[in-house]
Design a protein around this ligand. Structure first.
Ligand code: ADP
Ligand code: MG
Length: 385
């Protein structure tokens, strides 16, 4: 397949009969560690993928927006009425209309535009194609309209598009990663104050790679289960008299757990508190240049998601076990759970062998074949030319 930027350009020219004024790209992301910590005001550590979404765009007079996506093959047009309030544009184009809505709601004069979207980020696999789409469109509109919206404020706005217009209750991680990541680094994000720090994550230099396995598992009851986990955490924080579970520490964990009424809530809290600590430990190791050494933390994170937070599924656990048995230094599910992707830290020259081992384990269990791709940490949203 041709390069994603070339496909966006070709799509634009074919749809609109003229070349775009520019092209803006935003990446998908994988969360290295820190799962279900975001809505507990805690820590996450995502990195951007070399898989990305490209928006080719040109300004249009007036208040009309037209968007075409290679993936749906359709063109959707909307105007000021449709972006006056959420819900009027539905389906995939809602992610684009949501960005226009959020910008206007924040007082920006959004230029009319034509857009053509192409993407290498798989949809609905937990690699955040939604934030990549929002962030590429946002970057295009900010620059076409010369809007006064510095990079550090863009994640919040893109998140508002998804929460407020699309109606998906996601945290700030995906958009922060798509917009603020730096090549060769992971993004240490404090979800309480949204401060970020770029942590060296030099896989290449260490002879390592991250293998991302797409489990292709159907998302079973993911929305309801996500809401239930969130509720458990909020209820527990209330019972313990803290603003959020982030305010508990591993040292004080046993004392806190003894004040909770049931085993399930105790396990939910234990996951969040130990996961925050694993993020901090991972950051400390990466700062010291000890990349391979983070492997056990990744694997411990997976065990915690499987046993305490109970958000994994058999396909996911199989991928993790097979990767570890084939020599991965660590492996864990990445993303909200109930399907999605697994990431495995592997020696670069073992990536193919580990991927094959996972495929073999899938075949033995009768699961549909998984997808896989080897990734290195890439940079955030950017103009391409
Ligand atoms: P994820 O973000 O993990 O990939 P989501 O369910 O949050 O999964 O977002 C996926 C949705 O985002 C798709 O169903 C589609 O509506 C929209 N989307 C993402 N990328 C594109 C694209 N390139 N073209 C059209 N729609 C897209
Ligand atoms: Mg998403």
């Amino acid at each position: 397949m041709t390069d994603v930027a070339a496909r966006a350009t070709a799509g634009f020219t074919r749809q609109y009969g003229e070349p775009p004024a520019g092209r803006w790209a935003a990446p998908g992301r994988a969360n290295l560690i820190g799962e279900h910590t975001d809505y507990n005001d805690g820590f996450v550590l995502p990195f951007a993928l070399s898989l990305r979404t490209v928006a080719a765009a040109a300004p249009l007079p007036g208040e009309t927006w037209t968007v075409w996506s290679e993936l749906s093959g359709e063109t959707v047009t909307f105007g000021a009425t449709e972006v006056a309030e959420p819900g009027r544009v539905t389906g995939w184009a809602a992610y684009v209309a949501g960005v226009v809505w959020a910008l206007r709601d924040a007082g920006h004069r959004v230029p009319g535009a034509r857009l053509a979207i192409a993407s290498d980020v798989p949809l609905g696999s937990g690699l955040s194609s939604s934030a990549a789409l929002e962030s590429a469109v946002l970057a295009a509109l900010v620059e076409l309209g010369r809007l006064d919206l510095p990079t550090e404020r863009q994640p919040r706005l893109a998140q508002r598009a998804e929460n407020g217009y699309v109606g998906a209750p996601t945290g700030i991680m995906d958009q922060s990663a798509a917009i603020r990541c730096r090549a060769g680094h992971a993004l240490f994000l404090d979800c309480r104050d949204e401060s970020v720090e770029h942590i060296p994550f030099d896989l290449d230099g260490a002879g390592l790679a991250v293998l991302v396995v797409d489990s292709h598992a159907p998302h079973r009851h993911a929305d309801g289960e996500y809401a239930a986990r969130r509720r458990s955490c909020e209820t527990a924080a209330e019972l313990l008299g803290v603003p959020a579970l982030r305010d508990l520490t591993v040292d004080g964990l046993d004392a806190a757990l003894s004040r909770l009424p049931d085993d399930e809530t105790r396990r939910r809290v234990r996951h969040v508190v130990t996961e925050d600590q694993r993020v901090l430990d991972t950051v400390a190791l990466l700062r010291a240049g000890k990349v391979r050494e983070i492997g056990p933390l990744l694997t411990a994170s997976h065990a915690s998601m499987r046993d305490d937070f109970e958000i994994t599924v058999p396909e996911i656990d199989t991928a993790v076990e097979a990767a570890l048995a084939a020599g991965a230094h660590g492996a864990r599910m990445t993303g909200g759970g109930f399907g999605g992707c697994v990431l495995a830290l592997v020696d670069a020259d073992r990536a193919d062998a580990v991927a094959r081992a996972v495929s073999t384990a899938y075949a033995a269990r009768g699961f549909p074949a998984p997808g896989h791709v080897t990734v290195l940490p890439a940079g955030g949203a950017t103009r391409l030319d």
